[in-house]
Design a protein around this ligand. Structure first.
Ligand code: SF4
Length: 266
């Protein structure tokens, strides 16, 4: 019996270029004599003889934890384990592999590809929140922009943010990948909740630093992001060492930083 080919899988299969790697979230997709080769985007172009072949049935387990065995709450995070590859023979198998590695990625890509959805604005999303998240609507526009830049920074996520915040345009696929993000995820929402609570309840201090001291501070941000505490979990936003919280503090200081050590998210 011929397997069912969904319109999304068929469209994606056709869209993958014949002669180059195509970055899809944390993955690189590439045409292969036996179908489509999937692997970590940072392994694109590497000889497969140096990578381990992973079966379809093992892809889900592979996507669950990072190289240190910590749970990955965001399957679009670049912290996907490296040094493996998987070859899918046809479009249904490609869909099954993507379901295991990046749930929702194909459906969201197809929704944008076929122009059947419209991303929402931060304020619209925030106004819908209830319970412990209802106060995120009180964040002002600059605060919400800082949260979006920090929470969705390429260091943390490979999805292209299409939902809008303030006057800031959505991200481009060149900055991230063609896998869109249509509305804020749970990690972003939790970052926003903590930030709103902090702004509403904590005292402020005044600090005066020289340019040299600011350069040191920016290098410290870079070190903290490149060498995080191995015991920290990505989803633990209560930890001051969480990368999204470090990036959020850096966003606030960015107007005064030399902005050379890490670059800026859009
Ligand atoms: S809200 Fe940001 S961090 Fe969350 S999935 Fe979308 S782009 Fe990624």
């Amino acid at each position: 019996m011929t397997p069912f080919v969904s319109p999304a899988a068929a469209a994606l299969w056709e869209r993958i270029p014949a002669d180059s790697n195509w970055v899809f979230g944390p993955l690189a997709l590439c045409k292969h004599p036996a179908g489509i080769d999937l692997r970590h985007r940072d392994d694109a172009g590497l000889d497969a003889s140096g990578l381990r072949s992973i079966a379809l049935t093992d892809l889900h387990a592979l996507s669950q934890v990072d190289a240190l065995g910590r749970f990955r709450p965001n399957k679009a995070s670049p912290n996907l384990v490296r040094s493996w590859f998987h070859v899918t023979p046809d479009a249904p198998a490609l869909e099954a592999a993507l379901d295991a590695l990046l749930p929702g990625g194909l459906a969201d890509w197809y929704a944008v590809h076929s122009a059947s959805t419209a991303p929402i604005s931060w304020q619209h999303y925030a106004d819908r929140q209830t319970g412990m998240y209802r106060n995120v609507a009180a964040l002002n526009e600059p605060e919400a922009e800082d949260i979006a830049r920090a929470g969705c920074h390429p260091h943390c996520c490979t999805r292209q943010r299409l939902w809008t915040v303030g006057e800031r345009p959505p991200e481009t696929s060149i900055e991230k990948s063609v896998v869109p993000c249509l509305e804020p995820c749970a990690l972003l929402l939790e970052l926003a909740r903590r930030e709103q609570k902090t702004q509403a309840t904590e005292d402020r201090s005044t600090l005066i630093l020289t340019q040299s001291e600011l350069s040191i501070l920016d290098n410290l941000f870079k070190c903290a992001l490149e060498h995080p505490d191995a015991s920290l979990r990505e989803g633990d936003l209560s930890s001051p060492g969480n990368p999204r919280r470090i990036l959020l503090l850096r966003e606030k200081l960015l107007p005064w930083l030399p902005a050379k050590a890490l670059g800026r998210a859009h």
